[in-house]
Structures are given as structure tokens and as C-alpha cells.
Design a protein around this ligand. Structure first.
Ligand code: FES
Length: 165
């Protein structure tokens, strides 16, 4: 009888230790952030020749890619107020302006359908609740197949231009 009690007690202690070990491992794991550091932020967008002169909207990336000859830049379509997707409105007359110290032909402006924020063609917030300009993102040409590549984690200044050879 006492052997049985002994056995049951040991079993109980064993289960308790195992439970504590599991709990300890779980709480240690909770200290490690659940982040994947190699999540891709670069996206191939297609060959430069597939982009029309002017603007192309890419809904999957919520991005506007602008082309003027062989010069490209990309502006986010994510409203800086609460993140709705802004719409592009074509200007009746394209405007030549200095943007970031470099000449740029502006063909559109942007309007947010959610709360009416307006942005100029270079992404500057003009009116409404938007607190900041639309982001510009880094563009490059993929060395393997020549496609345009955007890096959605890399904001750039308004002087950014990618010239494709
Ligand atoms: S989300 Fe664009 S104005 Fe509010």
C-alpha cells in the first residue's frame, strides 16, 4: 500500500515538474518577439517598358508609379490620415515643377475618399486631416531580369529619381 502511495506521489511530483518546465518554456518563448526579420519588402513590378508615360496604379502594392521618359519614381497611395487608398485625379494641364530641387512634370493630384484629404501631384498634403505628405519609395532595377523593384520599407526624399538605361 505504501509502495503504491509512494509511486502516486512521485507521479504527481513528476507531472508538476513537467508542467512547470512547459510553462517556463512558454514564458521564455513569449520574450522572443514574433517577428520575421527576412520578410520581403521588395516587390517586382514588371519591366519598365510595361509602364505607360504618366502614371500607373498598382492596387496590390497601393502604389503609384510615375514614368517620364526613362525616369521613374513611386508614391504611396496610402493616405497618411487613417490609411485609406487615395485616388488619382488627372490634371487638365500637366504642370512642370521643381520637386526636391529637380524638374518634374506633375500630371495628377490625389484625393482621399474617406475624409477628403487632398494631396498635390508630388504627394504633398494640401488640405484635409492628412498630417503628412504621401510617402515616396525607393525604386530600382532587378539585376537578374530588369524588372522595376520597389522597396516598400525604404522611404526616399522627393529628390529621388530612377533613370533606366
Ligand atoms: S483616411 Fe484619408 S482623409 Fe482620412
Amino acid at each position: 500500500m505504501s509502495d503504491r502511495r509512494d509511486f502516486l506521489m512521485r507521479l504527481g511530483i513528476g507531472a508538476g515538474v513537467a508542467g512547470l518546465a512547459t510553462q517556463g518554456a512558454a514564458s521564455l518563448r513569449s520574450l522572443v518577439p514574433n517577428v520575421s526579420y527576412d520578410a520581403p519588402t521588395t516587390v517586382k513590378l514588371g519591366l519598365p517598358a510595361e509602364f505607360p508615360d504618366g502614371l500607373k496604379f498598382l492596387p496590390d502594392q497601393r502604389l503609384f508609379v510615375f514614368r517620364q521618359g526613362n525616369v521613374f519614381h513611386a508614391i504611396s497611395a496610402v493616405c497618411t490620415h487613417l490609411g485609406c487608398t487615395v485616388r488619382a485625379e488627372a490634371l487638365s494641364q500637366p504642370e512642370e515643377q521643381s520637386v526636391g530641387g529637380l524638374a518634374l512634370r506633375l500630371t495628377h493630384r490625389f484625393l482621399c475618399p474617406c475624409h477628403g484629404s487632398r494631396y498635390s501631384g508630388d504627394g504633398g498634403n494640401v488640405s484635409g486631416p492628412a498630417p503628412r505628405p504621401l510617402s515616396w519609395f525607393h525604386l530600382d532595377v532587378a539585376p537578374d531580369d530588369g524588372q522595376l523593384v520597389v522597396d516598400l520599407a525604404r522611404e526616399v526624399g522627393r529628390d529621388f529619381r530612377l533613370t533606366v538605361a
